[in-house]
Design a protein around this ligand. Structure first.
Ligand SMILES: C[S@@+](CC[C@H](N)C(=O)[O-])C[C@H]1O[C@@H](n2cnc3c(N)ncnc32)[C@H](O)[C@@H]1O
Length: 288
């Protein structure tokens, strides 16, 4: 266990996480504005919509991969928007995997509707045991999916295995920022639990040894917490409206909303500590 990991138990299994997305993916795709990840704003004056900020984040991650053509593996592909966008911007063939069968169905239909069925494919598979040969991808992308995977070291080792020498990795996810009082810690963690975070949050300084431990060479770890900050307000506004107006609003997401409310009494403490969760982007490559 890395130094900052919590000892919280009962993390959901990949199967349970898959079912969560089966039940919520349609709604989440709408709330997040096409993909299912945070937006990236350039600064406080940037008043982009969540849709624009989300697309900007996908493009930024694709740029970090630095590929033109080739074959990209999208780990935790969601409903396919990032894979389709990355295929368009890089010219690459993209294979996306998810533990949610519903994700894969939706993503496959979206790729077909985009006229990209030949170049963008999806399948149900666990990123901790990706069913691909060694040295078979030029790049791996994991957009906000690794926090669901119970064993990051294993995922990174599998990424190193499927990458060709010189192949590149870019991933983004939440990291652990503050140490809180036990009550505040429980409430803050409960939000991640409600989102089915299958993996403990770890501090930013744990990433370099984790990445290098998998045999990858680290390029950079960037704290983008300030850039993604506006996501929460946009998302909660949409989810609140969904909860009020949509009779099919998924109970899983109602639990997320409740966990968000339960954390409010600890807000001052969390703010004083600089926030519970930060957000980072990591890039690395397999030595040539
Ligand atoms: C927050 S969504 C992000 C989806 C997509 N990357 C995007 O940005 O729109 C997390 C995704 O990771 C997938 N996932 C979670 N655990 C996984 C695992 N062990 N293997 C493969 N996919 C997984 C989920 O099914 C879901 O599609």
């Amino acid at each position: 266990m890395a130094s900052g990991e919590t000892t919280s138990t009962a993390f959901p299994s990949p199967g349970e996480i898959g079912h969560f997305y089966d039940r919520t993916g349609r709604h989440l795709t709408r709330f997040f504005g096409g993909a299912m990840h945070y937006g990236y704003w350039t600064g406080p004056d940037d008043d982009s919509s969540l849709e624009e900020a989300s697309e900007r984040f996908t493009d930024l991650m694709a740029e970090k991969l630095g590929v033109a053509g080739g074959r990209i593996l999208d780990l935790g592909c969601g409903t396919g928007e990032p894979a389709i966008r990355v295929a368009r911007t890089t010219g690459a063939e993209v294979i996306g995997i998810s533990v949610s069968a519903e994700d894969v169905r939706t993503a496959t239909a979206r790729a077909a509707a985009a006229g990209l069925a030949e170049r963008v494919r999806f399948e149900v598979a666990d990123a901790m045991a990706p069913p691909f040969p060694t040295d078979s991808f030029d790049a791996v992308l994991a957009l906000e999916s690794m926090g669901h995977m119970p064993d990051r070291a294993r995922v990174l080792a599998e990424i190193a295995r499927v990458l060709r020498p010189g192949g590149r990795l870019a991933f983004c996810e939440a990291f652990r920022k503050a140490t809180l009082s036990p009550e505040a810690e429980r409430a803050a963690r409960a939000v991640f639990d409600a989102w089915m975070g299958g993996s403990p949050l770890i501090p930013i300084e744990d990433y370099p040894p984790l990445v290098r431990g998998a045999g990858l060479e680290l390029d950079e770890v960037v704290d983008v917490s300030v850039n993604i900050q506006k996501t929460q307000a946009h998302l909660m506004e949409r989810m609140r409206a969904g909860l009020d107006e949509d009779p099919e609003f998924p109970p899983d997401l109602a639990r997320v909303m409740q966990a968000q409310r339960d954390v409010l009494p600890f807000r001052d403490e969390i703010v004083a500590q600089g926030g519970y969760g930060g957000y980072l982007v990591v890039t690395a490559h397999l030595p040539a």
